[in-house]
Design a protein around this ligand. Structure first.
Ligand code: MTE
Ligand code: MO
Length: 307
């Protein structure tokens, strides 16, 4: 897993300083207007150090908690009911289409994902906007790989994610709690960030249905609602896509969804959080503890306006 060698260093030896140097060169090259292809752009983006990819050695949340306390409104708004109801979902066949502002749109079967894009483990903190949190060992691959394969055009500024709509199996879709299908989106620079992760597994096993099989996102610096489950369609767009939570309640759920202790939800404070399995609350960290890797994406943006 840590065999990839960059400039003579193994990933685990990459320090934050190294990473920033490479990142800065990458940004400078982009700012200079060099017309880099996507492959070249990625070559500039060095892998992140273990401190970012392994949640700094924090204690993992147990598999039982991760798989029985779920937000998945396609099935139920009752977190403890999702585990049972989600077993109705048929995972095969399952196709994923990547299209929109790209040179090479493609459709693949979910079975091909690991063959094409590989698999590595990422231990990420997950912070739900409701105030609970977990530490989860996901497996999967960098989201940038899925996007890069389609060769985005220079007009691609956003990436939209669409989840499955199949009310015959997803009984929560018979309610209109949210506009279906579930839609989420990122700016393209967020989607290409090395922390943005496409998830196909959990605790070294195939991803359970209740956690979003066969394909979901993990965006550890954002509230959980940004990490769509059961993805069937990824579309590159030139304008900001509509997202389900924002449509349902724009004053509560912004486009960004970045974890921020200082921006309260209209109905509760975000300054503290409850790590599942712990009694005492912890302080919420800016960008869920990932600020040093992602804060630069939001330079100049007012988090009170762009929440
Ligand atoms: N398609 C879909 N994706 C979704 C949701 C959902 O209801 N539907 N809930 C989101 C929310 S609010 C959270 S906190 C996480 C929960 O992921 P988990 O159940 O694996 O912990 O999934 C996110 N992705
Ligand atoms: Mo959430």
């Amino acid at each position: 897993m840590h065999s990839s060698v960059v400039h003579g260093l193994s990933e685990s030896q990459v320090t934050p300083e190294d990473w920033f140097d490479r990142r800065r060169r990458h940004m400078l090259a982009l700012a200079a207007g060099l017309s880099l292809g996507w492959a070249d752009r990625l070559a500039f983006a060095a892998p992140l150090p273990d401190a970012a990819l392994k949640a700094g050695g924090e204690k993992l949340t147990g598999l039982g908690d991760i798989t029985s306390y779920n937000n998945y409104y396609e099935f139920s708004t009752d977190k403890k009911a999702v585990k049972i109801l989600a077993q109705e979902l048929t995972l095969k066949p399952w196709t994923l289409t990547v299209d929109g502002e790209v040179e090479k749109p493609y459709t693949i079967d979910a079975d091909e994902l690991t063959k094409l894009f590989g698999s590595e483990e990422r231990i990420y903190r997950l912070r739900c906007v409701e105030g609970w949190a977990m530490v989860v060992p996901w497996s999967g691959f960098a989201l940038s790989k899925l996007i890069e394969r389609a060769r985005p055009t220079s007009r691609a500024k956003f990436v939209a994610f669409e989840s499955l709509k199949r009310s015959s199996e997803m009984i929560g879709q018979r309610n209109s709690n949210l506009p279906w299908p579930y839609r989420e989106a990122l700016r393209i620079d967020e989607a290409m960030h090395p922390l943005a992760f496409a998830v196909t597994g959990l605790y070294g096993q195939p991803l359970p249905k209740q956690n979003g099989a066969p394909l979901r996102l993990a965006l550890p610096w954002k509230y959980g609602f940004k990490s769509a489950k059961a993805i069937v369609h990824i579309q590159l767009t030139s304008t900001q896509p509509v997202t389900s939570w924002n449509q349902a309640s724009p004053s509560e759920y912004g486009f960004y969804g970045n974890v921020n202790p200082e921006v309260a939800h209209p109905r509760w404070s975000q300054s503290r959080e409850n790590r599942i399995g712990e009694l005492q609350k912890r302080p919420t960290l800016p960008y869920n503890g990932y600020a040093e890797w992602v804060a630069e994406l939001y330079r100049g943006l007012d988090p009170k306006q762009s929440f």
